[in-house]
Design a protein around this ligand. Structure first.
Ligand code: DLL
Length: 441
């Protein structure tokens, strides 16, 4: 669970620990995986070529396409009967990626999550309300087993049925809320709508992740619930939640579980490693997994890393917040924009709700985006529910200015009545590509 020998070790100690486990993983995949055997043979590499951790770069990358090509069990490194659980990635198109876990994998994962909860809250007992979805998604069961292993009492609420979530929070008085940030926001909003105060619950901590969210959204959630909110990151292909988590002491970057995973940041175009502090695509290698070991998996997630010691005392690599996925990056008139940058601007305006959606449309040859946001209820009432009211127009202009100076492009703003946009129960959809539907018409 806690592993101070790695969490607080000198970099050299972490490097040699990772190198030893990396070599074991490479030897193992060479024995059991035709895919890696072929790739390694093409590049003429094997574990004897790994003399220090930087030599990781001689190994091939693994991509989502590679995993898709081996659906459903082609990537498993153990016989099917040794699998004790299956999860699947939350792909929106095509077949999902099937991930297998042995008993040992589940055990390690529970350790990783137990440590993540400790890191994010400092608590090793108490009640944890788990509103991540249970099922093929790794969020629900992932957090569940880790919390149990830590010795907590889990409320396996899963996602959805928000009124029941609220009753459970009120009656059972949990210490921690686990959910996607957008669902946590949805819960708070529902409480307010029901005439209840989210500030008066027993909650003290939030462990939020599974989708990009901004520093402004953290502040909003911390204020709404009067909690400390930490970011948890992970992906099914690598294990699920727990690959990295923020510490409650500093809330300054997510500590990577480096005794299980090696992190790299690469330039997604040249595929070359980037120096610390530079933003690029995250790449992970698992060094302990049995059923689904993965070498240099290209995540498509954009962030940077630092290996400077954190003020909490940990020395493990820390990731910045995820700026977004490469697939979510919008290219507007040649400028790259991530939805999280837009979120940051709109949350600065008190008159708006934190809910938003971006529509992509074609205006002639270029791609255009429209930001749909909601006015908050008090301004809506004050302006006699007239979205054409000059006060609302002023708010719209103010937002446009903020967007222009933050993103360097003009973004169309569409102000809507409160509660118009869909509310999320899991990962929220921020970008709606209307070009596809338009071209079908
Ligand atoms: O979302 C695992 C998870 C569950 C993480 C619960 C945290 C909490 P997948 O469904 O495979 O797994 O989706 C993985 O979600 O590649 C990121 O794009 C995104 N993601 C996950 N955590 C964060 C985060 C889970 N903290 C994909 N911030 C990843 C931003 C995140 N994006």
């Amino acid at each position: 669970m806690r592993n101070p020998e790695i969490e607080k070790a000198e970099r050299g100690v972490i490097d040699s620990y990772q190198l030893q486990h990396l070599k074991n993983t490479v030897n193992k995949v060479l024995m059991v995986s035709p895919f890696y055997r072929e790739r390694f043979a093409e590049l003429q590499v094997d574990s004897s070529k790994l003399r220090n951790i930087a030599d990781l770069q001689i190994l091939p990358f693994t991509t989502k396409t590679d995993l898709r090509g081996h659906y459903p069990f082609g990537f498993m490194a153990v016989e099917k009967h040794r699998l004790s659980r299956i999860h699947a990635s939350s792909g929106t198109t095509g077949k999902p990626t099937i991930i297998g876990y042995t008993k040992n994998d589940i055990n390690y994962w529970a350790d990783i999550i137990a440590r993540a909860i400790l890191t994010a809250t400092g608590l090793d007992s108490g009640l944890i309300h788990n509103a991540y979805g249970y099922g093929l998604f790794t969020g629900g069961l992932g957090l569940h087993h880790g919390a149990e292993k830590l010795g907590m009492t889990v409320i396996p609420a899963s996602a959805g049925n928000t009124e029941r979530q609220i009753t459970l929070i009120e009656d059972l008085k949990p210490d921690i809320l686990c959910a996607t940030p957008s669902y946590a926001l949805n819960i708070a909003e529902k409480m307010i709508e029901m005439g209840k105060s989210p500030q008066q619950t027993s909650l003290r901590f939030g462990i939020f992740g599974a989708e990009p969210w901004s520093e402004e959204m953290r502040q909003k959630l911390e204020e709404l619930f009067q909690i400390k909110a930490c970011d948890i990151y992970g992906l099914s292909e690598v294990i699920g939640p727990g690959v990295a988590v923020e510490c409650h002491e500093a809330q300054d970057g997510l500590h990577v579980a480096e005794d299980h995973f090696i992190i790299e940041v690469i330039n997604p175009v040249t595929k070359k490693p980037l120096p610390e502090g530079e933003e690029g695509e995250l790449v992970f290698t698992s060094i302990k997994k049995e059923a689904f070991p993965i070498i240099r998996y290209r995540t498509g997630d954009i962030a940077s890393i630092t290996r400077n010691k954190c003020s909490c005392g940990r020395t493990t690599a820390r990731m910045s917040r995820i700026k977004g996925r490469m697939d979510d990056m919008l290219i507007i008139r040649g400028v790259n924009v991530y939805p999280s940058e837009i979120e940051l601007c709109l949350l600065k305006l008190q008159e708006l709700t934190p809910h938003y959606q971006l529509d992509i449309t074609n205006q002639g040859p270029t791609q255009e985006i429209t930001l749909n946001v909601e006015i908050n209820d008090s301004v809506y009432q004050k302006t006699s529910r007239n979205l054409e009211h000059h006060e609302i127009k002023q708010i719209s202009s103010k937002l446009k200015e903020k967007l222009k100076s933050a993103c360097l492009i003009s973004i169309e703003v569409n102000i809507l009545a409160p509660k118009t946009l869909p509310r999320s129960q899991g990962k929220t959809v921020r970008v709606v590509d209307k070009r596809k539907t338009e071209s079908l018409m």
